[in-house]
Design a protein around this ligand. Structure first.
Ligand code: SIN
Ligand code: FE2
Length: 217
């Protein structure tokens, strides 16, 4: 028997984990893009700095956030919404770099979503201790498009739940370069991030940066 024949499939199985019918973790998928992403992220935050948004209920989010692309997500006492301008300075969000778009489209296609055309990239910064409570991504107008989520920096435990907040969730460890894609019948699943453990990443230091690409309009 030629065992070599089975090696590529075993490898791809390890690098691609199915969480649900239309939800996948693509382990290390973003690794080849990282060197190009980091200086672009630096340039974006020079224009639209990370900030701690306030929820409509008046709570300051522990995750710091900025955005790039035609639309950005924002929140204040009046509610959650997408906006073409960064409310910090009233001008457009920085454009979405071409390589961001290429990564998002390649990951979506790998998970079975062709022709993904994201118009928003949310950029979350987590420091040790920071968490993101279970929520659905439902401020977008188009649920036909998937969510593509890229993890950089220190590890996190991603929670992937069900259609109801009370449904059991699975714990998915995410590392630098991992990409999660969920769409189709799984598009509105609850998800979140457990409080990050203290850690230091050789390129990013004591932080995790998460990019989520969405089609908002
Ligand atoms: C999000 O749900 O918007 C971000 C998820 C993550 O940081 O992995
Ligand atoms: Fe989300």
């Amino acid at each position: 028997m030629n065992l070599d024949l089975f090696a590529p499939e075993e490898l791809s199985d390890k690098r691609q984990q199915q969480l649900a019918q239309d939800a996948f973790v693509l382990h290390g998928f973003a690794a080849p893009y990282v060197a190009q992403l980091l200086p672009l992220l630096e340039a974006i935050q020079q224009v639209s700095p990370f900030r701690h948004l306030v929820t409509p209920g008046g709570f300051r989010m522990s995750v710091a956030m900025t955005c790039c692309g035609p639309l950005g997500w924002t929140s204040d006492r009046r509610g959650y919404r997408y906006s073409a301008v960064d409310p910090e300075h009233g001008r457009n969000w920085p454009p979405m770099p071409e390589i961001f778009l290429q990564l998002a489209q390649a990951a979506a296609a790998q998970a079975g979503f062709d022709d993904f055309q994201p118009d928003a990239c949310l950029i979350n910064r987590y420091q040790p201790g920071t968490k993101l409570s279970l929520h659905q991504d439902k401020d977008e107008q188009d649920y036909a498009a998937p969510i593509v989520s890229v993890s950089l920096g220190i590890p996190a435990i991603f929670l992937f739940g069900g259609q109801e907040r009370s449904d059991k969730s699975v714990r998915v460890p995410l590392f630098h370069g991992d990409v999660v894609v969920w769409g189709g019948v799984d598009r509105l699943r609850y998800h979140g991030v457990l409080p990050l453990k203290e850690a230091e990443h050789p390129l990013l230091g004591r932080q995790r940066i998460n990019l989520t690409f969405r089609k908002a309009a």
